[in-house]
Ligand binder design. Structure first.
Ligand code: UDP
Length: 255
């Protein structure tokens, strides 16, 4: 039985009170949702893979001096994070036209963009996360101009790191979504990368075949979502033990 205090339950994650003040436990569920949760399914093992992939990315971001809320992974489905005040924006960075951008501007999916583009969406389920500009963000006080500068600098660095990480394993980082939070340390506040980055929040295409290795497999009813996430984990070298494919090799013959 789980006696920890539940702070928040979202579509794919639960946040529990952490072991020390200022910490939380982030639990990855197997629920997959799309189109503002109008499409739902439980995909056994997705949470475990997202937890591992997110750990891999955030550990490296921390190591190269890009601040995140991540402290360490606790178990198969949970990680210890710092409690932050979430800035109500979804920050999308795009390298290749796809999804809503391709639709909105009539671009062919797969067209490389002239340069990376950062977009902001206001986090609101009722409004279905509308696209907003810097003017809206500062006018309505969702983030200050200084915070917005920090967010954009973080977004560019995360994109550069992730594009390189995935390129190294034969995957094109088409786009991704990240969220930021305010981390208070005594009287000082800094903006850090929060929430999760995983194949649920990225578009990842095989460099050679353009095969989709991300949540579009679910959004577009293509099937094979778990296998695709496993492939991402395998290429990153972080395949969880029990999910390792059975390798053919010498077998013990019992007499
Ligand atoms: N994304 C996300 N959560 C959302 C909306 C988008 O993680 O609520 C991610 C999505 O996986 C993709 C990127 O943000 O990697 C850009 O998504 P897009 O705006 O093209 O929206 P979509 O086509 O997914 O509706």
């Amino acid at each position: 039985m789980n006696r920890r205090r539940r702070i928040y339950e979202g579509k794919a994650k639960i946040l529990y009170e952490g072991p020390e003040p200022g910490t939380l436990v982030q639990h990855f569920k197997d629920d997959a949702t799309a189109f503002n949760a109008r499409k739902k399914e439980v995909i056994d093992g997705k949470g475990v893979l997202n937890n591992r992939i997110c750990e891999h990315i955030y550990t490296h971001l921390n190591e190269i001096g890009i601040p995140t809320h991540f402290i360490r992974r606790l178990n198969m489905r949970e990680q210890l994070i710092r409690e932050v005040e979430i800035i109500p924006l979804e920050i999308v960075v795009r390298n290749v036209a796809a999804g809503s951008l391709a639709k909105r501007l009539g671009l062919e999916e797969g067209t490389t963009l002239p340069r990376s583009i950062i977009e902001f969406y206001y986090k609101s389920d009722e409004l279905e996360d509308p696209l907003v500009t810097e003017e809206h963000i500062t006018a309505f006080g969702w983030a200050s101009p200084q915070e917005l500068d920090d967010i954009m600098a973080l977004a560019v660095r995360v994109n550069d790191f992730m594009a390189g990480l995935f390129l190294g394993v034969g995957i094109r980082l088409v786009d991704f979504k990240m969220e930021c939070g305010r981390l208070w340390e005594n009287d000082l506040m800094r903006v850090v990368v929060a929430d999760e980055i995983s194949p649920d929040s990225c578009r990842l295409w095989d460099l050679r075949t353009n095969e989709k290795l991300d949540k579009d497999r679910f959004r577009r009813d293509m099937g094979g979502l778990l296998e695709a996430y496993q492939e991402v984990a395998r290429r990153l070298g972080i395949m969880p033990e029990q999910d390792r494919p059975v390798v053919s090799g010498p077998t013990l013959v019992q007499s």
